[in-house]
Design a protein around this ligand. Structure first.
Ligand code: FES
Ligand SMILES: [Fe+2]
Length: 418
């Protein structure tokens, strides 16, 4: 249980709030590079700031204020040129550093050195593994962490986005909550398909360990032992707002205090014999969350998670909760955030910010699936791996995979479609 003031500290993300300042010190994924293939400008709201991300005609990314410095028109209705983005109202041109390069009428009739005062805010953007990452904190920016899975070859990758109607922190608490798998995904999942018992293997023990880049959670369920990878390796609550499960990442990126952009990156290695496989373009798609009646879609794993997150309210009221031993990881995570918030207040760097380019190049994480993802399996061997076998049949994580993404996947895997 938290006091209202402590709950606010964890959840508020605007500029100048303690958590807003903490999260801005890390590169945040804001979408997929392939989103900009059709329209090179995308409006987005991140941590309470209205922005546009764009790729100009020379291939350079920019992330700047959504509103033009002239009279505040919406830059997402502008267009890109070789060196920036132009407003469609009176043609002012801005570059990726936020400088105003051209003011066409003034440049023609009244040229004065007045552009400096028209600069807008601008943030660095980098592409990695098909994702776009933005850095909105104090400069100099740290290194962009290249997590080891981003370096894997011979895999089909896809990026899935979802607009989640609640605060980011309750989404992130789900990254350190092993027991919900038994109930939400197994027992409820089975009931949604017509089952009528709570027969999923019970959790017998859980433990949580801190490391440089977050926490690892481990578990033993009925039918498993301490020799199982779920106990010897575990899964990662990635600091500060990610989740890493061996073959995919999820990030919970604050849109504002009451909304979150869920960004998920998936990797599936092609079967042995299908190499070399080079994916030209990492597709990005948005998962719908509700059905026509307005109820949440329950059929897919992360859709189920989202029901839990949003069901806690726009901002979960942690003054009313009752934590138990299953929630030790959640308490550890909150404590570490409070420690890092204090560190920032004292002028120090929070944990997990990487300043060494060498270190950032390929960062290993505890990984239950490394061999499968780096060495691969034959198609026949997939039969011994229930999760992978299922993954070949259908995309179970998010509802709404577009048919063209499925077709590309089927082709990459060399299996019968669709
Ligand atoms: S409002 Fe953008 S150029 Fe005038
Ligand atoms: Fe879950």
């Amino acid at each position: 249980m938290l006091t209202p003031a402590r709950n606010e500290m964890l959840t508020r993300v605007g500029r100048g709030t303690p958590m807003g300042e903490l999260l801005r010190r890390y590169w945040q994924p804001i979408g997929g590079a392939s989103e900009l293939d059709v329209n090179p400008i995308k409006p987005l709201r991140i941590m309470g700031e209205d922005l546009v991300v764009y790729r100009d005609s020379s291939g350079r990314y920019g992330l700047i204020d959504r509103h033009c410095p002239h009279r505040r028109a919406d830059m997402s209705y502008g267009w890109v040129e070789d060196n920036g983005i132009r407003c469609s109202y009176h043609g002012w041109l801005m570059d990726h550093t936020g400088r105003c390069l051209e003011q066409p009428y003034e440049d023609t009739t009244n040229p004065k050195p007045s552009k400096a005062s028209c600069a807008v805010k601008a943030y660095p953007v980098k592409e990695c593994a098909g994702l776009l990452f933005a850095y909105m904190g104090p400069l100099p920016a740290p290194e962009l962490p290249v997590w080891e899975p981003f370096t894997w070859a011979n895999g089909f990758r896809e990026i899935v986005l979802a607009d989640v109607p609640c605060n980011w922190f309750q989404c992130q608490e789900n990254s350190i909550d092993p027991v919900h798998f038994e109930w939400m995904h197994d027992n409820w999942g089975s009931r949604l398909k017509g089952g009528n018992s709570n027969a999923a293997p019970k959790h017998l023990k859980v433990k949580f360990e801190a490391f440089d880049h977050g926490f690892v959670y481990k578990r033993v369920r009925e039918g498993q032992s301490e020799q199982d990878r779920y106990w010897t390796v575990g899964r990662v609550a990635l600091w500060p707002n990610g989740f890493y499960l061996g073959s995919h990442f999820e990030w919970r990126v604050p849109v504002d205090d009451e909304n979150t952009l869920s960004v998920a990156w998936f990797f599936m290695r092609v079967p042995k014999g299908r190499e070399p496989y080079v994916q030209e373009r990492v597709p990005t798609w948005v998962s719908p969350l509700t059905d026509p009646s307005g109820r949440f879609i329950t059929s897919h794993i992360i859709n189920q998670d989202i029901i839990a997150w949003a069901g806690q309210g726009r901002i979960a009221d942690r003054t009313k909760e009752n934590l138990r031993s299953s929630d030790i990881g959640i308490t550890m995570m909150r404590s570490r955030f409070f420690e890092d918030l204090e560190a920032i207040a004292a002028g120090k760097e929070p944990r997990g910010v990487i300043r060494s380019a060498n270190e950032a190049q390929c960062i290993p994480l505890p990984n239950m699936a490394r061999e499968i993802n780096t060495e691969g399996l034959t198609l026949a061997e997939f039969d011994n791996e229930p999760i992978l076998r299922q993954r070949l049949r259908e995309f179970r994580h998010h509802y709404g995979q577009p048919p063209e993404v499925r077709r590309a996947f089927v082709e990459a895997m060399g299996i019968a479609g669709p």
